[in-house]
Design a protein around this ligand. Structure first.
Ligand SMILES: NC(=O)c1ccc[n+]([C@@H]2O[C@H](COP(=O)([O-])OP(=O)(O)OC[C@H]3O[C@@H](n4cnc5c(N)ncnc54)[C@H](O)[C@@H]3O)[C@@H](O)[C@H]2O)c1
Ligand SMILES: O=c1ccn([C@@H]2O[C@H](COP(=O)(O)OP(=O)(O)O[C@H]3OC[C@@H](O)[C@H](O)[C@H]3O)[C@@H](O)[C@H]2O)c(=O)[nH]1
Length: 339
């Protein structure tokens, strides 16, 4: 009788492990990898020849176009899959990004947004447990809701409306964080939680609805920049290359988080509109429009933890990042470059 109480021998590792063909590559799953941040993360991970990357995405807000340079690459696989269904793949790392991020998309089918955050995260944690992978969740500054502390540090518990139109996303992410810590405490899963603050850059959906992509598309089309009232609400915008750098440092570091990853440079929406006007189209008009319910009035990360624990801080200032996004938007909008 064997130690596990049966006559059966425990399963032995695949013979490939001991063969001369074995490669000690890191196999990395990126859920939501066809989206904005996910596809930039994939680009960075693929630069390392020791990495194999598997993307799963249901293409709700992402597109294969974002990954076209990797399709057919021997270290890359793309799977159409919805994370609310179970998934079996042998991986060492899981970057769990799958979730619509723009308010217009996450409010479009709120029940599905909750399922993605709760069932999707449960499924990815189940996978991490089964294969012994380390898992990183891309949580959000929205867990702080309409914050009463400013700037927000990770010990702040937030001010979130549990029954509002944004709750499917912000409460969904809060439950996802809870699940991460419960799997960590109960099953010893290695977890990492990033609280991402507003991120912008090339490949954002043109009609994404988020403020930076809206203003840049409007400026290029010479349509009024729609500043939602009162215009004095603030956000802090992080360029996507800085974000990807922070996520990889968090994954490969020793701290579970949660850790804020964002750029502390804080702007009112009117200031953002003025910057886009100046940098992209000085002729464009600014128009004040109605806001949506529960819009947070202020948001700015305290990034002390990221600096100390990850040695990370953002490098790209807003005024340098906006022009980096313009050319990509001009190409996709078929609007000739200024140069
Ligand atoms: N961009 C930001 O400012 C920001 C801020 C905070 C947190 N985040 C988080 O970062 C992650 C990526 O955000 P993004 O800006 O790249 O958004 P995005 O919408 O461009 O990407 C999300 C991706 O997830 C996919 N997806 C959605 N639901 C899915 C499901 N059920 N199954 C499989 N795939 C699914 C989408 O098709 C898309 O490719 C999200 O988890 C988001 O909550 C983003
Ligand atoms: O056209 C617009 C769009 C938005 N806005 C304003 O710009 C601010 C930012 O709005 P966005 O829709 O870009 O993003 P929000 O900050 O509300 O939410 C974001 O927060 C962090 C992430 O989790 C998500 O990417 C997203 O939910 C809001 O105050 C909004 O009222 C405008 O003034 N004009």
């Amino acid at each position: 009788m064997s130690a596990n109480g049966t006559d059966k021998k425990p399963p032995s590792p695949s013979p490939l492990r001991f063969s001369k063909f074995f490669q000690s590559n890191m196999r990395i799953l990126v859920t939501g990898g066809a989206g904005f941040i996910g596809s930039h993360l994939v680009d960075k991970l693929m630069e390392n020849e020791k990495n194999e990357v598997i993307v799963v995405d249901n293409y709700f807000t992402g597109t294969k176009d974002n990954l076209k340079k990797w399709i057919g690459h021997p270290r890359f696989e793309l799977i159409r899959h919805d994370v609310t269904e179970t998934l079996l793949v042998e991986v060492d790392r899981i970057y769990h990004l799958a979730c619509p991020a723009s308010p217009i998309f996450y409010k479009y089918n709120p029940v599905k947004t909750i399922k993605t955050n709760v069932i999707g995260t449960l499924n990815m944690l189940g996978l991490a447990k089964r294969v012994g992978a380390r898992i990183l969740l891309t949580s959000t500054s929205e867990v702080y809701g309409d914050p009463l502390e400013h700037p927000q540090n990770e010990s702040y518990w937030g001010n979130v409306n549990p029954i509002g139109v944004r709750s499917c996303y912000d409460e969904g992410k809060r439950v996802a964080e809870t699940l991460m810590f419960d799997y960590h405490r109960q099953h010893g899963i290695e977890i990492r939680i990033a609280r991402i603050f507003n991120t912008y850059g090339p490949r954002m959906n043109i009609d994404d609805g988020r403020v930076v992509s809206n203003f840049i598309a409007q400026a290029i089309r010479n349509e009024p920049l729609t500043v939602q009232l009162p215009g004095t609400q603030t956000r802090s915008f992080c360029y996507v290359s800085d974000m990807v750098d922070g996520l990889i440092r968090l994954m490969e570091g020793e701290n579970t988080g949660p850790i804020n990853i964002g750029n502390p440079g804080e702007f009112t929406m009117l200031e953002l509109a003025e910057a886009v006007k100046e940098l992209i189209n000085p002729e464009v008009k600014i128009s004040m429009v109605e806001n949506t319910p529960d819009d947070p009035r202020q948001r700015k990360p305290d990034i002390t933890k990221a600096k100390e624990l990850l040695g990370w801080e953002p490098k790209v200032k807003l005024r340098d990042g906006l022009p980096l996004m313009e050319e990509d938007f001009r190409q996709r909008l078929g609007s000739p470059s200024k140069n």
